[in-house]
Design a protein around this ligand. Structure first.
Ligand code: TA6
Length: 316
């Protein structure tokens, strides 16, 4: 076993265990202040992120099937080599329903507190039949007090260029969907997946929810904020390498149509995803692309007014 299953320092821990319910292997991470995360090798999927009080910050459906080949409904999934139905592959690609391995050669500088997991996905011969490109998809997950960072990287190990789209499909837990708002999307253009992917411009001061939302916002800022009034909690979503941001809530009708999602669960989640969708990424042989998504949870009272999501300062 790699050193990823050893205690990382006196008070932090990274260990690999078998999930008792599904029988699948997962990593458990804990950092010195007491927050924790879980990552399954199946899908390279983050399934839990808890604060130091043990409160879950990600949404996981009570009906999620932890049964290959079904994707896991909730947490954070990597959609690769395509987001949505844009090519001939299954929706959101196949990375989310493959078993990843521990990356023996992460080749990134070590994280300062070592509460890190490095995963790797390479295509099998079967994968090459449906998407004939050789690649290495790496995912580093780092846990710090109040923060969860994901660094996906794609390397072209083929002899010809290839093109992909990728999204970090993140289900955030909220107290009540009717009582949250997203800041940072004002005046931006978006493709509306509910209206044949037509292009619109966001008109509101912030995005609130009173019906189904399924949008790809374009050229988004490096930081967005999801403000949960009831919980007095703000998620700050920071990203780089991802020009777009997907925002999704299925609302009541679609919730009922999804077998692995509870009828009322839409009230307690919103999906905000760092994404590279509008302009697919092309890599020549030997080239590597790196993306980054950081989630930070802060008390909303910290931002006692309207936040400037780009600079994360309170507007005067
Ligand atoms: O990220 C939004 C989205 O692409 C929506 O269109 C919605 O259907 C969602 O993903 C879930 O997709 P899934 O394939 O996991 O059911």
């Amino acid at each position: 076993m790699s050193n990823q299953s050893q205690p990382a320092s006196a008070n932090s821990m990274v260990e690999m265990v078998m999930d008792s319910t599904s029988g699948l292997q997962k990593f458990k991470l804990r950092e010195p202040k007491g927050s924790s995360a879980e990552i399954f090798l199946y899908g390279g999927q983050v399934t839990s992120w808890k604060n130091e009080r043990g409160e879950e910050l990600l949404f996981m459906s009570s009906k999620a099937a932890f049964k290959p080949p079904n994707p896991i409904r909730g947490g954070i999934a990597i959609c690769y080599p395509q987001f949505s139905n844009m090519g001939s592959l299954d929706k959101h690609g196949f990375a989310r329903n493959r078993v990843w391995s521990i990356d023996p050669n992460p080749s990134l500088p070590p994280s300062k507190d070592n509460t890190v997991v490095n995963l790797l996905l390479k295509p099998t011969n079967e994968d090459m039949k449906i998407w004939p490109h050789s690649f290495e998809l790496r995912l580093r997950v780092t846990l710090e007090a109040g923060k969860l960072q994901l660094t996906p990287r794609v390397r072209n190990t083929d002899s010809k260029p290839f093109t992909f789209t990728l999204a970090v499909h993140t289900y955030l837990s909220v107290s009540d969907i009717s009582d949250v708002r997203v800041e940072g999307l004002e005046t931006l253009d978006y493709f509306d997946n509910l209206l044949d992917q037509k292009r619109f411009t966001e008109q509101g001061d912030s995005l609130t929810f009173d019906s189904e939302v399924d949008r790809v916002y374009l050229s988004t800022p490096a930081s967005l904020a999801l403000i949960d009034h009831e919980k007095k909690r703000t998620f700050v979503i920071r990203k780089s390498g991802f020009p777009d941001a997907v925002v999704w809530n299925p609302w009541d009708k679609k919730s009922k149509a999804m077998v692995d999602f509870g009828d009322d669960e839409y009230m307690r989640m919103v999906s905000i995803e760092a994404a590279a969708v509008e302009k697919p990424i092309t890599l020549k042989p030997g080239e590597e692309w790196t993306g980054y998504q950081e989630l930070e949870v802060v008390s909303s009272s910290y931002f006692s007014g309207q936040m400037d999501p780009v600079n994360l300062k309170v507007k005067s």
